[in-house]
Ligand binder design. Structure first.
Ligand code: NDP
Length: 444
């Protein structure tokens, strides 16, 4: 009988239909079994039961007027999951697929990820089923203002500090920050991912993708491998994917494929990243537009087909459950030796099992993509001190944080008898920090 199965049963019964949330809690609870055995005091203090229940869940109406004068209504969410080690911290996702279960899975994962950074940040996440794609700047602005009009009463620089995620980049953060500032008549670092002219941090845009590569380089070096001379496939073509590609190339890798929800491009000579940045960051275009600039490349409408391209290193950087067991088997068959999760929970449990069984170097999201929130933490520090560090300084701190996360995670995995299982190491190391803080603070 597993010690934590009743905790999982309660999660399923209490949160019906929230399948991503069930998936995320199950994965964590399974790897915490040895912790529950070794530290019975955590069970006695109800730490496991409490950590799977958000401290607060806020759901609100977001009305706005579109360009044709019609009233539109979306739903907004903020899940404040755990504040034992610092103010709630986690991004906002604007995507039509957003629902409470997705926000809860993301908020739950964020608790452990933030603990791994060693910075004082609790876990939270939010967002809306609003789709910024195809909307005018005016529509996006009116939506963001309405969203923030409600969210503002629940957040603050010492309470809850949101950031970006899918569909929320510097444009959206700017509109939301403007509204927050107007409502509160206060200039505080209440959001991260801000523009450089109004309190943002250098390297924040690059941080998640760069951090992913720093983490994977550490993990690969430990096994005598590296980006140098390797072929790399990256899914997605948003913020995380673009800067993972940039760093992978700087470290000597050849990135041959990128995707979006409409398909993927394959450029066997290596992707031209300036063209991608122009298409995605400046024109807000689609990945297939790459063909106009590089006609020798190939475009395929099958988004998942990207995993059948032979590669040494795969970096899933789009969304949850985008890489399943079959994709994992194909990657392994093609000789892929490392997988680093830039997205949150991109690999299904079946895929992770394939990677671990085949001794693929597997960088789990909670550890491998923590560079974004870590740099958000550095943005908060700079805002509090009212100064800004240079690019080199932030980048050096980011590199150091990712190296420490790798060391902590791999040492924890070793300590619990499973040295190659970095997923287990990340879950346990992140959990232990939060659990100690919860234990010290009593039953609240
Ligand atoms: P962006 O919105 O910048 O880019 C998302 C990319 O993923 C786009 O190419 C998008 O394609 C694709 N995508 C999104 N949803 C789907 C879907 N359902 N099916 C197929 N493709 C999809 O987001 P980010 O790059 O910021 O985020 C990507 C991932 O990284 C997410 O899992 C996020 O939670 C995670 N993450 C982000 C961090 C950050 O700092 N931004 C930090 C840590 C994790 P399309 O344009 O067609 O929708």
């Amino acid at each position: 009988m597993k010690l934590l199965s009743s905790v999982y049963d309660t999660v399923v019964n209490r949160n019906p239909g929230e399948k991503e949330f069930h998936q995320a809690t199950r994965e964590v609870l399974e790897s915490l079994e040895p912790v529950a055995k070794r530290y019975p005091e955590y069970g006695k203090a109800g730490i496991f039961d409490r950590i799977v229940e958000p401290e607060r869940q806020i759901i609100f109406r977001v009305p706005w007027v579109d360009d044709s004068g019609r009233v539109q209504v979306n739903r907004g969410y903020r899940v404040q999951f755990n504040s034992a080690i610092g103010p709630y911290k986690g991004g906002l996702r604007f995507h039509p697929s957003v629902n409470l279960g997705i926000i809860k899975f993301l908020g739950f994962e964020q608790i452990f990820k933030n603990a791994l950074t060693t910075l004082p940040m609790g876990g939270g996440k939010g967002g809306s089923d609003f789709d910024p794609k195809g909307k005018s700047d005016g529509e996006v602005m009116r939506f963001c203002q309405s969203f923030m009009f409600e969210l503002a009463r629940h957040i603050g620089p010492d309470t809850d500090v949101p950031a970006g995620d899918i569909g929320v980049g510097s444009r959206e953060i700017g509109y939301m920050f403007g509204m927050y500032r107007k409502i509160g008549n206060q200039y505080t670092g209440v959001l991260t991912g801000k523009g450089l002219d109004y309190g943002g941090s250098l390297v924040r845009i690059e941080a998640t993708g760069y951090g992913l590569c720093y983490f994977m380089e550490e993990a690969m070096n430990a096994k005598g491998k590296s980006f140098e001379g390797s072929t790399v496939v990256i899914s997605g073509s948003g913020n995380v994917a673009i800067y993972a590609a940039e760093k992978a190339m700087q470290l000597g890798g050849k990135v041959v494929a990128l995707s979006d929800s409409n398909g993927y491009i394959y450029d066997k000579d290596g992707i031209d990243l300036d063209t991608i940045k122009r298409i995605k960051e400046t024109d807000r275009g689609r990945i297939r537009d790459y063909m106009k600039h590089r006609p020798h490349a190939e475009f395929s409408e099958d988004f998942k087909g990207i995993w059948s391209i032979p590669c040494d290193i795969a970096l899933p950087c789009a969304t949850q459950n985008e890489l399943d067991q079959r994709d994992a088997e194909i990657l392994v068959l093609n000789g892929c030796f490392a997988v680093g999760e830039g997205a949150n929970m991109p690999s299904t449990p079946g895929a992770v099992e394939v990677f671990l069984k085949n001794r693929v170097i597997f960088g789990p999201a909670k550890a491998a993509n923590a560079g974004g929130v870590a740099t958000s933490g550095l943005e908060m520090s700079q805002n509090s001190m009212r100064l800004s560090w240079g690019f080199e300084e932030v980048d050096t701190r980011l590199k150091e944080i990712m190296r420490n996360i790798y060391r902590n995670v791999s040492q924890t995995a070793r300590e619990f008898g499973n040295p190659d299982n970095l997923a287990m190491g990340a879950n346990i190391a992140g959990f232990m920090k939060v659990a100690r803080a919860m234990l010290a603070q009593g039953i609240i």
